[in-house]
Design a protein around this ligand. Structure first.
Ligand SMILES: *Cc1c(COP(=O)(O)O)cnc(C)c1O
Length: 429
């Protein structure tokens, strides 16, 4: 069976897993083992281990494990399905999405190197870039990567990497992957794309010219809110280096149990993404027409400033949307208090619908080193604050009814909350 000829939906079920040769079990047995018996000193296999080839026999789970390798094979197949050159792509799984981001940065960059990053990224990522990389002598430029020209202007002779997140968490701003690949490659730099919000169902950055793809498996790829995980997908030689240099040394390896759960989650990824996307569009349209709502940002709506780019580089707009409330913070507190199906919670990509409020002041102040212009540009997307919504797999009608109820009359906290919040903020300076 030539895996590269199979469709995405088939690969999501089959890639990386074969019936167990011993028992015939169709699901790959879960290998909860830290250690593997080595084939003896001096044998060919042990030599292979010493040479540490990318597919060396398993020795210790921090380096590799059969369940982890199955997940890696499936992720590489999904990121490259329908493309030529798929066999030249590998994957590496990590304990969390952040372990993937940090392994990538700390392997590819050294003291004296320069990296250009999106100033709007998952908070953990942008904090790592702005607060920690400079401690190691790595120069960091945070720029608005939705404008390829700003990226071009930020490049330096020592720029090794351009790092973007598209769609960007939490504001759903997009970056043009083919345009950025060209800009980065002209300068001899690599382009890495965090594609967590799209998943390989909706966006395949490698096909669009990126060199490396980053995923938090915690989100859509697992999809059930019960396992953390991360991954890098790209050229096997580069991933081999990241594995040897950072997975082995920093130790952010994935638990085989989580890998096994994520493999199970992946079987339904295409179906889930289709449903998340359909339901998100329905909810976005409902919110756009709601009198309590100021603005909805969803790449699938004609009103999204980059709707055309979304249509070009994504095959669907996904399950995430944000909206601004006319009533500001008070209305957001009210909403958080009154939702019954949605959970007021962080994270995303679960079967369970989630929502979370970001006050713009707190958000822009959390990212150090942003210029006044950058803060103003983020403010123009976020208004006073945004409600970030992860549309789950519940009935869209129930989700809409839940929001409709929660957007109606205010609770006491919804009225008094903003005052308490301002007093609290005033106290903490
Ligand atoms: C959640 C998230 C991460 C971090 O992933 P963890 O698995 O929580 O470490 C990175 N990037 C994006 C876009 C995310 O949404």
């Amino acid at each position: 069976m030539d895996e590269h000829q199979l469709d995405f939906d088939t690969l999501a079920v089959h890639a990386g897993e074969q019936p167990d040769p011993e028992t015939g079990a169709l699901r790959l047995p879960l290998h909860m083992a830290t250690t593997f018996k080595l084939p003896g000193f001096g044998s060919k296999l042990f030599e292979a281990l010493l040479l540490a080839s990318p597919r060396a026999p398993h020795a210790y789970t921090r380096w590799s494990n059969p369940t982890l390798r199955a997940l890696e094979d499936r992720l590489a197949a999904l990121e490259t399905s329908g493309q030529s050159g798929a066999s030249r792509t590998g994957a590496l799984v990590t304990a969390t999405g952040m372990a993937a981001v940090s392994a990538l940065m700390l392997t590819l960059l050294s003291s004296g190197d320069h990296v250009v990053c999106s100033e709007v990224c998952y908070a953990g990522s942008v904090e790592l870039f702005a607060q920690h990389l400079p401690r190691f002598g790595i120069q960091v430029s945070l720029v608005d990567t939705s404008d390829a020209e700003q990226v071009r202007l930020a490049l330096r002779p020592n720029t090794r990497l351009v790092y973007v997140e598209t769609p960007a968490n939490p504001i759903l701003r997009l970056s043009d992957i083919p345009a950025l690949a060209q800009v980065a490659h002209e300068a001899g730099a690599l382009l890495a794309v965090d594609s967590t919000w799209a998943s390989p169902v909706l966006q395949q950055p490698l096909r669009l010219g990126a060199d490396l793809v980053v995923h938090s498996l915690t989100k859509y790829l697992n999809g059930h809110g019960d396992a953390l995980g991360g991954a890098l997908v790209g050229p096997p030689e580069m991933l081999h280096r990241i594995r040897q240099d950072m997975l082995v040394h920093l130790g952010g390896s994935l638990s085989p149990f989580n890998a096994w759960l994520i493999l199970r989650g992946l079987a339904t990824l295409p179906l889930r993404m289709q449903r998340h996307t359909q339901a998100a569009l329905q909810v976005a349209r409902f919110l756009e027409a709601h009198p309590a709502v100021e603005r909805v940002v969803y790449p699938g709506l004609e009103s999204h400033p980059q709707h055309a780019l979304a249509a070009r580089q994504m095959s669907g707009a996904g399950g995430m949307l944000t909206f601004q409330l006319k009533g500001g913070l008070g209305a957001a507190i009210n909403l958080a208090e009154k939702v019954r199906i949605f959970a007021y919670a962080t994270s995303l990509g679960h079967a369970h619908s989630l929502l979370f409020y970001y006050p713009t002041d707190l958000y822009v102040d959390a990212v150090p080193y942003l210029s006044g212009t950058q803060k103003a540009s983020i403010r123009s997307w976020m208004g006073e604050g945004i409600v970030r919504v992860s549309i789950g797999l519940e009935s869209p009608d129930d989700l809409i009814a839940d929001l409709d109820y929660a957007l109606s009359s205010r609770t006491f906290k919804g009225w008094a909350g903003p005052l308490a919040y301002r007093l609290m903020k005033g106290k903490s300076g």
